[in-house]
Design a binder for this molecule. Structure first.
Ligand code: NAI
Length: 455
């Protein structure tokens, strides 16, 4: 008998296991694939490893702009993948070691929920049953594969790939088509373009990067067009062939030839075949319905991470997992979904938190916004030859509180944490003005922008 059974050892699951063990619970964690989940094995960390190599290569190609010249910079995709495997192995090993140290029992199997009784909730794995008083479901998500003719066949033949296969593919295609100009599509397109692949992004909407501030997504697009990526916006993919992708643009049938296709058109929660029906857990469009304190519709059953379909980001999963555990232990915590930062690790990086001007308007918030060039930061200018980054603040006019920050330019990924803290704590512009930012840093851009705000 356990206090807590966790299904899934990704960021939501392993972090929750840590917190629960630290809180004195007897924890059993099931992971059928690899500890660390998509994030460590085939998502966040592998892509960051690849993108960092691409960034070094990009800098090498443009080093003369910084007064450094040398000949013959090359990038070896196989070596990049080998380093990626080393990084992943180290981090996954670290998670395993932590579980061991904290006394979390890990079973390397997929488990299925059997039912609930007076004793607790029972799951079954490899013919054995396990019971606990609480169940936390962290089974994550997988790439969506919609019923586009030829798409499934392309995945079966290897012509089409989701990010999972893509991150292990040693072949460098000559021409790559990316279906979906969202986060995954852009990060992969960025890497492939850097290593010399001809990349075409087909995006159904009239802009890339989904909910990102439009001015920022358009700067990102311009940067990538300069690097050679072709963006076809408003493209409705109609079918995938054996050496091409067919799409409709302005009512006209078009084709783009390629030797690989990346399918990155969103992810869907993993709720199939885990036995949710045996408990009657409520789902909506395939995702488990949860409250902000991570409860599901069934008492003592909780869900955290991508499986609840709220914000599919590893760091949301971390927070959701720990909120669930805190509440199991008698706490009263909630996840504040309005201040979760997001980052796109392209070069330049994009980062944002909170409301955009448009989302504030849609919520009838009377907001003012201020946009400044990143060139207000001395360090940004010193380190980004030709950089065209911006920083945009969105401020609630009535309360003078910072409700959104949106940036494009390198180091944004690191700066956004401070910005998210200001948004989370609903800090007033007058309070932020009194903070001291280290000089010279790119984060000073927030101080500069705050000082430009006029009410
Ligand atoms: P996404 O939702 O970010 O983007 C999918 C894009 O595909 C959208 O722009 C959509 O309009 C487009 N699309 C959908 N159907 C299409 C079609 N038939 N033809 C053309 N375009 C189509 O999904 P993505 O990029 O697959 O990422 C999945 C999840 O993974 C997201 O929730 C994302 O936040 C997360 N993720 C986060 C990362 C980060 O934080 N840096 C990195 C990678 C993934």
């Amino acid at each position: 008998m356990y206090d807590l059974i966790i299904l899934g050892g990704g960021p939501a699951g392993y972090n929750a296991a840590e917190r629960a063990a630290q809180g004195g619970m007897k924890v059993l964690l099931f992971e059928g694939r690899a500890l660390g989940g998509v994030c460590l094995n085939e998502g966040c960390i592998p892509t960051k490893t690849l993108l960092y190599s691409a960034k070094i290569y990009d800098y090498a190609k443009h080093s003369a702009e910084y007064g450094v010249t040398f000949d013959g910079a090359k990038i070896d995709h196989s070596a990049v993948l080998a380093r990626k495997a080393k990084v992943v192995k180290m981090l996954v090993g670290g998670v395993g070691a932590k579980m061991k140290k904290l006394g979390v029992e890990v079973v390397s199997e997929y488990a299925k929920i059997k039912g609930k009784s007076a004793e607790g909730i029972t799951v079954e794995a490899a013919g054995k049953e396990y019971t606990a008083s609480q169940l936390l479901i962290c089974t994550g998500s997988e790439a969506s594969v919609p019923p586009i003719p030829g798409l499934r066949e392309s995945l079966a033949s290897g012509f089409g790939m989701t990010s999972r296969e893509f991150l292990d593919n040693k072949e460098v295609p000559k021409e790559l088509v990316v279906i979906g100009g969202g986060v995954i599509g852009l990060e992969m397109a960025s890497y492939m373009c850097s290593i010399g692949v001809k990349v075409t992004v087909l995006e159904m909407l009239d802009h890339i990067a989904g909910p990102t501030d439009r001015e920022i997504s358009s700067i990102l697009q311009k940067n990538y067009m300069k690097k050679g990526i072709t963006f076809i916006l408003g493209a409705k993919v109609t079918s995938v062939g054996t050496d091409c992708v067919n799409y409709e643009l302005n009512g006209k049938a078009e084709t783009v030839k390629c030797d690989k296709v990346l399918i990155s058109i969103g992810r869907r929660a993993n709720t199939k075949d885990i036995g949710l029906e045996n408990l009657g857990v409520l789902t909506e469009r395939g995702a488990i319905v949860t409250t902000d304190d991570m409860k599901t519709s069934v008492p003592n059953v909780w869900a955290a991470g991508d499986v609840n379909g709220k914000i599919m980001l590893a760091h949301t999963g971390y927070r959701e997992g720990e909120v669930a555990v805190a509440n199991m232990l008698g706490g009263h915590q909630k996840v504040n979904y309005s201040s979760i930062p997001s980052v796109i690790y392209t070069n330049p990086e994009v980062a944002s938190v909170g409301e955009t001007v448009d989302s504030a308007k849609a919520k009838d918030i009377d907001a003012v916004s201020e946009t400044i060039t990143m060139k207000y930061s001395g360090r940004y200018v010193a380190e980004n030859e030709g950089g065209d980054g911006i920083c945009k603040l969105v401020v609630d006019k009535a309360h003078h509180t910072l409700i959104g920050v949106h940036m494009i330019g390198n180091y944004s990924s690191e700066i956004i944490f401070g910005a998210a803290t200001f948004v989370e704590k609903a800090m007033r512009i007058e309070q932020i003005k009194q903070l001291v930012f280290p000089h010279p840093t790119v984060c000073e851009i927030i101080r500069e922008a705050v000082n430009e705000i006029k009410f």
